[in-house]
Design a protein around this ligand. Structure first.
Ligand code: MN
Length: 141
């Protein structure tokens, strides 16, 4: 979908496996959202979170899984040109490393250690929603 002749976003390429970084990019596109990306098997597993990741426990946020992105994409900040997919500005809102406690089809549990967020977070796939709809919540404690 992205036309790399028109945008400065990274294309991706050779990347090592086995990292455990994450990044959250604030994306002021047609609609403001936060792109939550977890490094996994050499790519960034990605969710768009319209209201942003919860910073306190007890808050649940819709997280819509989107296509995997190349690892290099996690370093991107800048402007996606008008007319291109996701046109608007991208800023890194948080970044760090995570530990996966559980990674299953319906549930992902992680411990974040980032600049802004820390602690346990859980992604739960919505059973009644569309297949790409998850809930993201910060666990208690
Ligand atoms: Mn986005």
């Amino acid at each position: 979908m992205r036309d790399f002749t028109k945008t400065e976003e990274p294309m991706g390429g050779e990347t090592p496996d086995g990292g455990n970084t994450y990044v959250i990019q604030e994306h002021q596109s047609r609609r403001l959202h936060w792109d939550f990306r977890l490094e996994r098997d050499g790519v960034l597993k990605s969710w768009a979170v319209p209201k942003g990741p919860p910073e306190e426990s007890g808050i649940r946020r819709l997280a819509i899984q989107v296509e995997d992105h190349p690892l290099e994409y996690g370093g991107f900040e800048g402007t996606i040109p008008k007319g291109e997919y996701g046109a608007g500005t991208v800023e890194i809102w948080d970044q760090g490393v995570y530990e996966a406690l559980k990674w299953e089809d319906e549930k992902i549990e992680i411990i974040l250690e980032g600049e802004r967020l820390s602690g346990k977070y859980v992604f739960i796939r919505l059973k009644r929603g569309k297949e790409n709809e998850w809930l993201l919540l910060k666990a208690v404690g």
